[in-house]
Design a protein. Structure first.
Length: 204
């Protein structure tokens, strides 16, 4: 009686693929997954992937806000007066030309509808952020993702550029605030070399 031949060995494709753990669930400080991660965490504040992702999310939010503020602060000092005059409106700046801020004062004079709009925008953006943080994430998830990339420009290089510029902006906006509070003069006048045309700086 003939003996049946044993079945051929299964190919790897016949086995069910083992689920891969997404990198964002195992990320650690210094492993290079997050843009701008130089391995600096001397106090071990981000000693777990969950903490690290939470802190980076906060950093990205503050970085984006600081970049807007670092541009908007000097632009408002340069153009608010002329634009207000052109439209026959009162200037939103302080009498000495400084921007209203926590240290300068004057925030109570800002139109209430502006604050309503700011709060509404913040709630909308924060809801999208929380949905992404606590919902189903793509395997390549990185803090700061809101699900919008209309031009398809997301890349490791742009992520690094964003966090690098955001960190510089956070330092800059703090310098703006303290500079105006100490010297009682607009930053565009106190450090005018940074806020005038290059040909004026070069004396051309």
């Amino acid at each position: 009686m003939a003996v049946d031949a044993p079945p051929p060995p299964q190919k790897p494709d016949d086995f069910e693929e083992v689920a891969q753990i997404p990198p964002h669930m195992t990320v650690r400080v210094g492993d290079g997954y997050l843009a701008g991660d130089s391995g600096f965490d001397p106090l071990l504040l981000a000693d777990t992937p969950k903490k690290l992702m939470w802190y980076r999310e906060a950093e990205v939010k503050h970085a984006r806000l600081a970049m807007l503020a670092a541009v908007g602060w000097p632009l408002s000092e340069l153009f608010d007066g002329p634009l207000a005059s052109a439209f026959g409106l009162p200037s939103a700046l302080l009498p000495d030309g400084r921007v209203p801020s926590q240290l300068n004062g004057g925030l109570d004079t800002v139109n209430s509808f502006y604050w309503y709009a700011v709060v509404a925008a913040a709630i909308f953006i924060e809801s999208k952020s929380l949905d992404m943080m606590f919902g189903k994430k793509p395997d390549n998830f990185s803090p700061g993702m809101l699900g919008y990339d209309l031009l398809g420009q997301d890349s490791p290089g742009l992520r690094k550029a964003e966090i690098t510029n955001g960190r510089v902006a956070m330092v800059a906006i703090v310098v703006f605030a303290f500079e105006e509070a100490i010297f009682k003069a607009p930053v565009v006048k106190e450090t005018s070399i940074f806020f005038q045309p290059i040909w004026s700086t070069l004396g051309i």
